[in-house]
Structure formats: structure tokens, C-alpha cells
Design a protein around this ligand. Structure first.
Ligand code: NAP
Ligand code: HSE
Length: 430
């Protein structure tokens, strides 16, 4: 059987891992694909950069036209980050008659509709297993193995960098800055880690999952999101005291009113599978109407786990499976049925609230009253003695309420005279 010729754009963390798998495990991959996957070209930005993979002389260049002009290359793995010039390069690759495998979720979340439409027009395919949850095969599972189901909810840890940072801080007492630097050194973080820690990366991945699982045309920038970048160690301690652990949770929940989508640091009950996901691991908990709950876990960032997903897509392209999935999925297609996205203010749930207040009579009663005015019922309260003179933190867990009610109550509490600092609110997932 004829070889499948592959080119890479990008030879950074992920690209080097993919090159290594292709070079060092060629026989194994050939057995799994029924043909050889041959690495023909690699394009990078800077030829002088040291690489942690050895490639035959002449394979690497900075000239994209060497790939687009090569009639014998069938598949291109687009392994550079960001939106532009990645979008322009992806269009050029498709127009040169090649299929694309990519790990770039920022590109798909921003321009999936355009790229998928162009690929369909040109009879080409795009595969993107590595774009969500790294080594976890969540795209294949949602698009194939769970396709008999109406997916009802997804609760997921989708950013390895954030989960690594939270684990380092909570379990090893690391500072936030040291944990971010470690995540960069280990190849988990994006080139600019801002989007990892502010919830944007997880929102981009959630938008992709929402397209796949619910047919929702979700604009990731409109997904309500908060990250771990403003998290206070005190809240991690209070969460533990209350029997929870803070995780950056991405949620898609189908309700009668539409699809709820949000990303935020969330208190997750200790001992439940999501709370126990550590380090750069990701997890995706999916509920389908027939299958019930299915839980996936694995490394969501890092060189070889991500390369594993990219190379699986390359094999699927070589075998022809990816083209079938691409055609049947109709992802980002204008004709696909649309699910309305719910207004975040109507999203229900329990909340963790923390206030810094003056240590004086009737403060607790007044806060309880302002919460009560919004029909928010208190489930438990923590107030420790001996904090800084005259000021105490007041931690409140609520019963079920809505985001809108909490926003209105916090706005009212903001105006009271006894308040001594910003309030904290986090959702709670049991
Ligand atoms: P990276 O280490 O920064 O590597 C990016 C590569 O792209 C570099 O080799 C760079 O070339 C190349 N590049 C940038 N602009 C280019 C251009 N205009 N033309 C040709 N090559 C260009 O990034 P990464 O961590 O491998 O991530 C790559 C993609 O995978 C991103 O979309 C990321 O979000 C996604 N991803 C990463 C992980 C992870 O764990 N790292 C996991 C899942 C998905 P030079 O080396 O010459 O600068
Ligand atoms: N920076 C991303 C993360 C890489 O930490 O999850 C995987 O997409």
C-alpha cells in the first residue's frame, strides 16, 4: 500500500513530540495504519533554534511553499499556536489540496466555521483530537462512541496548566509565580500563559466540545469565564475546611431553556473523581441519556500525550477514517441544527461567598438579610476569630440559587458600611 506523506508546521513542544513518534516508531505506526507515515517536510519560524529531536538534514525549512507545492504530501499537521498567521496558513494548506491535523484550539474556536466550510468546499478534512484535553480521546468518543446519545452535560477540567498550578500551590505549597514558571518549563503552558490562567483556553475548548456534543454555535468569547489568576490561597484553605477542592471547571449543561456554558474556579466535593484530578491531568465527565455518566481522565498538556493525539489523527487520515468522521460530523456547518445558549444570569447552582467585614454587631444578620432579599438561603457559615484587628473574613455556602440573584445580592452588599475589601464568589459542584 502507498505511503502517506506528512508535513509538520511547527517543531515546538508538540511538533517535536510528533516528529519523534513518526521517526522512532515508524514500524508500529505502519502496522496500525496499514501503510507507512513518512515525514517529508517540517516548517518552522527560526532555523537556528535548538530542537530536542534529530531530523535528517534538509527536512526543516522556513519555506511554507515547500509543503504547499509538494504534490506528494497528503496531510499537514499544523502545530503552531495563535490565530494569525495560523488561519492564513491553514487556508493555504487546504487550498493546496492537503488535509489538516491540528492541536490549535484558539484557531478552531475563532475560525472553525470558516476553515471547516473551506475544507468541505475543497473536499478536504480537518481533524483536531489534540485541540481538546491533550491525550484524552474526547473528540473521538463524543463524535463516534457516544453518538447514540443526546449528551446532557459535560463537566470538565480542560486546562492542564491551571490544574498543575492549583496542585502545586495546594499540595506542595508552591507560590503562584513559581508554579506558572514550572508549567512553562514543562511545556504545558501556551507561549503566552495568560490565556491558560484567565480561563480563555478552557473556554475555547468548551466551545469546541459544545459544537461537537450539542451542535451549539458557541462564540468562545461570549462564554462566561473566570480563571485561577485571581485566586486567593485563603479560599483554597476555606474550600478544604468545607470539604471541597478548587478546580477550574468548564461546564456545558443542557436545560429546557438552552445550553448553559461557563468556565470558572469551582468548589468540587473532595473524594469525587473531578476533585482528585491532579497536576497536568485533565478530565471530562460526560452524561449521555443512554449511557449515563462516563468519566475520561489523562494528561491534558505536555509533549508526548499531545503528540499521541496528533499522530492518532494522522493515522485516521491515512486510513480514511478522519474523512468519514469529518463528512458525517457536519461540525460548524450552517445547516446543522442550533441549540440556543442560555443567559448566564439564569444559570442555577450553589455558591461559596467570602466577605471581609468589620467585626461588629449585626453584620452577619445584615448580610443574611441582603442574601434573603434575593431568595438566597444560607447552607453554612464560617467566621474565625483572631484575624487582623477589627476585620474578619465571613465565608458563606448557599443553597441553590442563580447567578443573577448572587450578582444582585453582592451588588447590594458592596454598598454596606461594614465591608472592608472585595467579595469573592465561586460556584460549587457537588
Ligand atoms: P510551541 O512550543 O510554541 O511551538 C510552536 C511552533 O510553531 C514552533 O516550532 C514555531 O517555530 C512554530 N511557528 C510559529 N509560527 C510559525 C510560522 N509562522 N510558520 C512556521 N512555524 C511557526 O507551541 P506548542 O506548545 O508546541 O503548541 C502548538 C499548538 O498545540 C498550539 O496551538 C497549542 O495551543 C497546542 N497544544 C499544545 C499543547 C501543549 O501541551 N504544549 C497541548 C495541546 C495543544 P520556532 O520553533 O521556529 O519558533
Ligand atoms: N496550554 C494548554 C493547557 C495546552 O495547559 O491545557 C493543552 O491544550
Amino acid at each position: 500500500m502507498a505511503d502517506t506523506n506528512v508535513a509538520l508546521i511547527g517543531l515546538g513542544t508538540v511538533g517535536s513530540g510528533v516528529a519523534r513518534l513518526l521517526m522512532e516508531n515508524a514500524d508500529r505506526l505502519a502496522r496500525h495504519a496499514g501503510r507507512r507515515l513518512v515525514l517529508r517536510q517540517v516548517v518552522v519560524q527560526d532555523l537556528k533554534k535548538p530542537r530536542d529531536v534529530r531530523l535528517p538534514a534538509g527536512l526543516v525549512s522556513t519555506d511554507l511553499s515547500r509543503i504547499t507545492a509538494d504534490k506528494d504530501t497528503q496531510v499537514v499537521a499544523l502545530l503552531m499556536g495563535g490565530v494569525e498567521p495560523a488561519r492564513t496558513i491553514a487556508l493555504k494548506v487546504l487550498e493546496s489540496g492537503k488535509d489538516i491535523v491540528t492541536a490549535n484550539k484558539a484557531l478552531l474556536a475563532a475560525h472553525g466555521e470558516e476553515l471547516f466550510a473551506r475544507a468541505r468546499e475543497l473536499g478536504r478534512s480537518i481533524a483536531f483530537e489534540a485541540a481538546v484535553a491533550g491525550g484524552i480521546p474526547i473528540i473521538a468518543n463524543l463524535s463516534q462512541c457516544l453518538s447514540a446519545n443526546q449528551i446532557q452535560s459535560i463537566h470538565a477540567i480542560l486546562n492542564g496548566t491551571s490544574n498543575y498550578i492549583l496542585t502545586q500551590m495546594e499540595a506542595h505549597g508552591a507560590s503562584y509565580a513559581d508554579a506558572v514558571a514550572d508549567a512553562q518549563r514543562l511545556g504545558y503552558a501556551e507561549a503566552d500563559p495568560t490565556m491558560d490562567v484567565d480561563g480563555s483556553d478552557a473556554a475555547q475548548k468548551l466551545a469546541i466540545l459544545a459544537h461537537l456534543a450539542f451542535g451549539a454555535h458557541a462564540d468562545w468569547e461570549k462564554i462566561s469565564r473566570a480563571g485561577i489568576d485571581t485566586l486567593d490561597l485563603a479560599d483554597m484553605r476555606y474550600a478544604k475546611e468545607l470539604g471541597y477542592r478548587i478546580k477550574l471547571l468548564a461546564v456545558a449543561q443542557l436545560t429546557a431553556a438552552g445550553l448553559e456554558l461557563h468556565v470558572s474556579p469551582t468548589l468540587v466535593k473532595l473524594g469525587t473523581p473531578l476533585a482528585e484530578v491532579r497536576g497536568a491531568y485533565n478530565a471530562v465527565s460526560v452524561v449521555g441519556d443512554s449511557v449515563g455518566r462516563v468519566f475520561f481522565s489523562g494528561l491534558g498538556a505536555g509533549q508526548m500525550p499531545t503528540a499521541s493525539a496528533v499522530v492518532a489523527d494522522l493515522i485516521d487520515m491515512a486510513v480514511g477514517r478522519a474523512a468519514i468522521t469529518f463528512r458525517t460530523l457536519e461540525m460548524w456547518s450552517a445547516t446543522a441544527p442550533r441549540v440556543p445558549i442560555s443567559d448566564f444570569q439564569n444559570v442555577a447552582g450553589r455558591y461559596y461567598l467570602r466577605f471581609h467585614v468589620a467585626d461588629q454587631p449585626s453584620v452577619l444578620a445584615e448580610i443574611a438579610g441582603l442574601l434573603g432579599k434575593q431568595d438566597i438561603s444560607i447552607a453554612s457559615v464560617i467566621q474565625h476569630e483572631d484575624e487582623a484587628a477589627g476585620v474578619v473574613p465571613l465565608v458563606i455556602m448557599t443553597h441553590n440559587t442563580t447567578e443573577g440573584a448572587v450578582s444582585r445580592a453582592l451588588a447590594a452588599i458592596e454598598r454596606v458600611a461594614f465591608k472592608r475589601g472585595p467579595s469573592v464568589r465561586m460556584r460549587v459542584y457537588n
